[in-house]
Design a protein around this ligand. Structure first.
Ligand code: NAI
Length: 394
């Protein structure tokens, strides 16, 4: 099998090293930036490999080819993995689209919200002959230690949800990805489910809001703890955001019974971290007593006299326009009110210097750089559900 990984960041390093280490497939990289491709090529041309270290194990392998020209690496690839920040999905799909084989399987890890809408816009009719998929999360927490040479895996999830179209491809794809990634890849009902059930879109912007909405602009002495810094008030905000998603799921299910389960934030936390949460009684204590979250800090930047919150962090710049805002756009189509989500988005967009919501309407000038359905010309729930059904059964 020929696999091409799109991207050259942390996740792409893990995929490149671990898949190439198996020796039973041809692994390639597509990098949009020539400078990045050149760094890989220089290392590989000297016989270099990429090492993937995890607690106790090291794998290493060398991709067979690295290119910034999609015509060199996309044709003939049966599996294409987008291991990229969400803002790079659409441009990458547009670049690789003309070179995709008809039966290729193309997916992103993680998908984030509205990946199917963006793929529809970028690939058009080409999508009809492909298998499109997305994973709910990246399977690993990982960081490059030396570019093109070494990456460290800090943690691996036990399982990850998979959406794909057409439906009929789910079983073979989940078995293929389970084998390749070494963890359980479980099909869910579809991309709409993946979009709505994404808990990162609540947790990351919601906790950022809790920690920093009252920040007075003075330097912080240190980065606050992120999850352990969840106060009763922040937990209340998170609980209300989660309740708004539940109301949306209920409204959608009336029109689209195939939506599938959408766990509340508390249910998701308890099922994902059952053994790690010492005090599960409240949402606040489920965050603050979760051993997996212990010691993790909020994103900050050093400034004279201390630190300031990093409002350019992915917790806002990815989780709002490619997560929470997408869900908010679907809520608008379904006529579900989301006042607490709106409060968090309004605060976040101001801190990011972006305009998405204006007086409660999705009319801000930065909407094109998001994945709200309205941005793709989907202005009614009927249109969204029609598209979701056609993507499921195509
Ligand atoms: P990264 O920040 O390491 O990826 C950067 C790479 O993306 C660049 O090296 C470049 O190859 C590519 N890229 C960036 N901008 C681009 C553009 N405009 N066009 C084309 N390519 C571009 O990202 P990372 O850490 O690999 O994460 C990938 C995804 O996984 C992100 O959505 C991230 O939020 C998510 N994730 C990452 C985790 C981690 O531990 N690294 C954990 C959980 C989720």
């Amino acid at each position: 099998m020929q696999i091409t990984i799109c991207g050259g960041g942390n996740a792409a390093h893990v995929l490149a090293g671990s898949l190439a280490s198996r020796g039973d497939m041809r692994v390639q990289l597509y990098l949009a930036f020539e400078e990045e491709a050149a760094r890989w090529q220089a290392h590989l041309s000297e016989g270099g490999r990429v090492r993937v270290s995890t607690a106790g194990t090291v794998l290493d392998g060398a991709p067979a080819r690295v290119s910034s020209d999609p015509a060199e690496v996309i044709p003939g690839s049966q599996l294409i993995l987008l291991a990229l920040p969400a803002f790079a999905h659409e441009s990458t799909l547009r670049q690789i689209g003309p070179h995709l084989d008809d039966d290729a399987r193309v997916g992103s890890l993680p998908a984030r919200g509205g990946f199917d809408l963006c793929a529809q816009a970028a690939l058009g009719d080409k999508l009809d002959s492909l298998v499109l998929f997305g994973l709910q999360t990246l399977p690993w927490a990982c960081r490059i230690t030396t570019y093109a040479r070494e990456v460290h895996v800090l943690g691996t999830k036990a399982r990850v949800d998979l959406a794909c179209r057409p439906d009929g491809a789910a079983a073979s794809l989940s078995s293929l990805l389970t084998g390749l990634l070494g963890l359980a890849v479980q099909p869910v009902s579809g991309f709409l489910n993946l979009t709505i059930a994404n808990t990162g879109q609540l947790i990351h912007p919601g906790i950022m809001y809790g920690l920093f909405h009252a920040w007075d602009g003075q330097p912080l002495a240190a980065a606050p703890l992120f999850y352990q810094g969840v106060t009763a008030a922040a937990a209340d905000t998170l609980e209300q955001m989660s309740a708004e998603v539940q109301a949306l799921a209920a409204a959608l299910r009336e029109r689209f019974p195939a939506l599938g389960p959408v766990p509340s934030l508390a249910e998701w936390l308890h099922s994902s971290y059952e053994a790690d949460i010492a005090e599960p009684a409240t949402l606040q204590s489920s965050f603050t007593s979760n051993r997996s979250y212990a010691g993790l800090k909020a994103p900050v930047r050093e400034i004279p006299g201390g630190f300031e919150p990093d409002f350019k962090s992915r917790y806002l710049t990815e989780d709002v326009p490619y997560g929470l805002l997408v869900t908010r756009g679907i809520a608008a189509l379904a006529g579900v009110h989301t006042p607490v989500t709106d409060r968090v988005i309004a605060w976040a967009q101001e801190r990011m210097g972006k305009h998405y919501l204006r007086d409660g309407a999705l009319t801000g000038r930065d909407l094109p750089a998001s994945r709200v359905p309205q941005r793709f010309g989907i202005d009614t729930l009927e249109d969204l559900l029609k598209l979701e059904s056609s993507l499921r059964h195509a």
